[in-house]
Ligand binder design. Structure first.
Ligand SMILES: Nc1ncnc2c1ncn2[C@@H]1O[C@H](COP(=O)(O)OP(=O)(O)OP(=O)(O)O)[C@@H](O)[C@H]1O
Length: 728
């Protein structure tokens, strides 16, 4: 392919400016690898830290934090915000008296890897002074003072500790990404901060369920436990500092939202990244990516490659194609290893992307936008960006959420290219012409404006926010979207007629870290005596593509997966796969260690055309959710062979996703009125039943439903009268 080079993001002239002597001052001697302060490895890290643009402004930043309760920090990607500012705050005494500096990230992989890096920089064991906490994985201890976490996790923490009393400073990182959790978190933090400073300024007693600006019933949430409330009364009397960090220039929006908060800008980045565009638009971006990967591999100097693709299936297809093409190259050029990274990949496998390539090899990482912000993947010198992303889209009128592939925004494109200039100069190949870059939106539309809000509203309700329409969102979702989600929660039984969180169902649903309909399905399943089956179903539905069928082995794959297929539909088919794998493991691996049993399971998966990564992830999720439902005291029973019970439970849980067959073989979804078709990957694709329950809607040229089960339409009125009795 031929390229047009277009300038580069230049490093800051002061990038090598001096650190103010404090940067590395207060850390202990040995790191987790047993390195001492004087080892070359530690010296290299210290040197790297000193050369970051942010190092020269440590003192000024700390002064600003002391002077301002809310500070917006805007800095270019790679300036050192995420890794350095928490350490500056620690050094300046913000963690004295056991207080914690919390830093939120939109993605778990960023929280985990950045915490590891900062622990290394501090020369401490991960989980001691520096730790991370993400859903289902908490590395922190009582000694943790710098805590990285996902924004969703901090929201959950607020359910247990509404004042977030252990934190002296909370940093919302990558705020420009505007994930739905970040947006809600900012509303919550505004309130918590106000309440904490009010309680200091006027000594007002807030323990009687006083409401503040955003309508939180702060003390009500604490429950009735006297000692809990007493402790909290003492703890909340310390101010909370808020720092909102953003890589792009959205400072004004944030500043206005926080009542004219001060914004500071950190100039510069470490290394330049040369940007290249294609001369003409590419019709097949997957093919263009492959060509560019090999062009870089064969023509460019050593350095790893990061390619941004849209999802797991695409990544796996490209992985196979690279391997195929690689095998046709002369042996001397086959020194390329492929490593995927996407959200549904089990965490240990995600970490493979961060490990160095074997000596003499180049690594190509195939990533979704999970690798777009915050993280530094060591060794990356080349970024290939087709300019697309799979994004959530929501039609509140129809109550339907779907994932669609759309062009990235300019700010996403900049984030992506920024991944190349973190350890040295880099290159970014954008697989579109320069004039198309100019046409991109400046920033991505906030997620809160394009997703189903039920989950967030359930959490806000659990936090005691009564008036969702009046909540001080940084950008208000549409009234229709809010009302539609309230309606959904009401229909699921999470809200009462007065729009209050119901007890116990609504409270139980809020406790489960799942979408409300999945949470409800688990609660109902314990009544239908099929919780074991529903746990497996929810775990399997939480991962992408359990089956795979390579193009050249399509028939073989069909035959292999047939033995799992249930005439009732995909849900039971997924249960069959899960159980077959569990039986296989139980029989073969009694004596084996974990590593060996993993290997054996992988082989079984390959023989059966099952995606072993997805299955492993589902097994992890299953274990974790099972822990939650057991803690909640739900009855863990199996319906045995009586799958009728299970199918009825699917109807009682997912009744909003029911569809009836029409004369032409398409289906009409009851709730939305949309015309949909059964996806070819479904076991019910050929034998189309009259009535189905589905879990996923995919929008390509047509609207397809996936993961479906045959049901009796009479069950709808029987099991979901709150919806269907009114309709009919
Ligand atoms: N895991 C790591 N391994 C090696 N170097 C790292 C690692 N993490 C960070 N660094 C170094 O620290 C620099 C600053 O990273 P940091 O994440 O603090 O920047 P940032 O300004 O927050 O960028 P972004 O906005 O992209 O998150 C990186 O450019 C890189 O040189």
């Amino acid at each position: 392919m031929s390229w047009v080079a277009r300038g580069s993001h230049q490093p800051n002239a002061n990038a090598n400016g001096n650190a103010n002597g404090n940067v590395n001052g207060k850390f202990s001697n040995a790191n987790r690898n047993g390195q001492t302060n004087s080892s070359p490895w530690r010296q290299k890290i210290a040197q790297q830290r000193k050369s970051l643009p942010i190092a020269s402004v440590e003192k000024r930043l700390i002064e600003e934090v002391r002077k301002n309760d809310i500070l917006i920090i805007v800095g270019e990607t790679g300036s050192g915000k995420t890794t350095q500012i928490p350490q500056f705050l620690f050094n300046a005494g913000f963690c004295n008296n056991g207080k914690v500096v919390g830093i939120t990230q939109p993605r778990r992989v960023a929280a985990v890897t950045v915490a590891k890096r900062v622990a290394d920089e501090c020369g401490v064991e991960l989980g001691q002074k520096v730790g991370y906490s993400v859903r289902f994985d908490d590395s922190t201890s009582n000694s943790t003072r710098i805590k990285y976490m996902t924004d969703g996790l901090l929201l959950r923490e607020a359910l247990l500790d509404p004042y977030l009393s252990k934190y002296s400073v909370i940093i919302v990182d990558e705020a420009h990404e505007r994930t739905v959790h970040t947006d809600v978190l900012m509303g919550l933090l505004k309130t918590v901060q106000l309440t904490r400073s009010e309680s200091i300024n006027d000594g007002r007693n807030l323990d009687n369920g006083n409401k503040n600006a955003n309508g939180f019933m702060l003390d009500k949430v604490n429950g009735q436990n006297g000692s809990f409330v007493r402790k909290d009364r003492r703890e909340k009397s310390s101010p909370l500092k808020l720092i909102i960090m953003s890589a792009s220039l959205d400072a004004r929006t944030f500043s206005e939202y926080f009542g004219g908060a001060k914004a500071v800008h950190i100039q510069g980045r470490q290394f330049p990244v040369d940007i290249f565009y294609t001369r003409y638009p590419e019709t097949d971006y997957v093919d263009a990516s492959l060509i560019t990967i090999f062009q870089v591999h064969l023509e460019e100097t050593p350095g790893d490659i990061l390619v941004f693709l849209t999802g797991q299936e695409e990544i796996e297809a490209v992985e196979r194609l690279i391997k195929e093409r690689l095998s046709k190259l002369p042996p001397g050029s086959q020194n390329l290893v492929v490593v995927p990274i996407y959200a549904a990949l089990p965490p240990e496998q995600q970490m493979r992307a961060f490990a160095p390539a074997p000596s003499g090899f180049r690594k190509v990482i195939l990533a979704t936008n999970i690798a777009e912000t915050s993280i530094t993947i060591p060794g990356i010198k080349y970024v290939i960006d087709p300019g697309l992303v799979k994004a959530r889209s929501y039609d509140p009128g129809k109550g339907m959420e779907s994932l669609i592939v759309v062009p990235t925004s300019k700010s996403q494109a900049l984030q992506r290219s920024g991944r190349a200039g973190r350890e040295g100069p880099g290159k970014c190949f954008r697989l579109y012409p320069e004039n198309e870059f100019e046409k991109l939106e400046d920033s991505t539309m906030p997620e809160i404006k394009r997703c189903n809000l039920s989950n967030v509203i359930l959490q806000l309700k659990a936090l005691g926010v009564d008036d969702i329409l009046g909540f001080d969102f940084i950008e208000k979702p549409s009234r229709t979207a809010i009302i539609k989600s309230l309606e959904q929660l009401f229909l699921l039984g999470a809200l009462t007629d007065e729009c209050q969180l119901s007890d116990p169902v609504g409270r139980q649903m809020a406790r489960l870290p799942l979408d409300p309909d999945y949470a409800k399905a688990l609660i109902l399943a314990s009544q239908f005596n099929c919780l074991e089956e529903m746990l497996i179903t929810v775990a399997m539905l939480s991962v992408e593509s359990i089956f795979y069928s390579p193009r050249d082995k399509y028939e073989e794959a069909r035959a292999a997966t047939k033995c799992f297929a249930s005439p009732e539909g995909d849900h039971i088919t997924l249960i069959n796969v899960y159980r077959a794998a569990a039986d296989f493991l139980e029989k073969r691996t009694m004596e084996m260690n974990k590593a060996k049993s993993e290997k054996v399971l992988r082989k079984w998966c390959n023989e059966n055309f099952i995606n072993s990564r997805s299955l492993r992830h589902a097994r992890d999720i299953h274990r974790q959710i099972q822990g939650h439902v057991q803690q909640m005291g739900l009855k863990l029973a199996s319906c045995g062979d009586d799958m009728l019970q299970f199918r009825r439970c699917l109807v009682a849980s997912f009744f909003l996703n029911a569809a009836m067959k029409q004369a032409d073989g398409t289906y009409r979804a009851y709730a939305s009125g949309q015309v949909v078709q059964i996806h070819p990957s479904s076991v019910l694709f050929r034998k189309k039943p009259d009535c189905i329950i589905f879990n996923e809607l995919i929008q390509t040229n047509n609207k397809y439903v996936r993961n479906l089960t045959r049901v009796d339409h009479l069950w709808l009125t029987e099991l979901a009268p709150q919806f269907y009795a009114v309709q009919n």
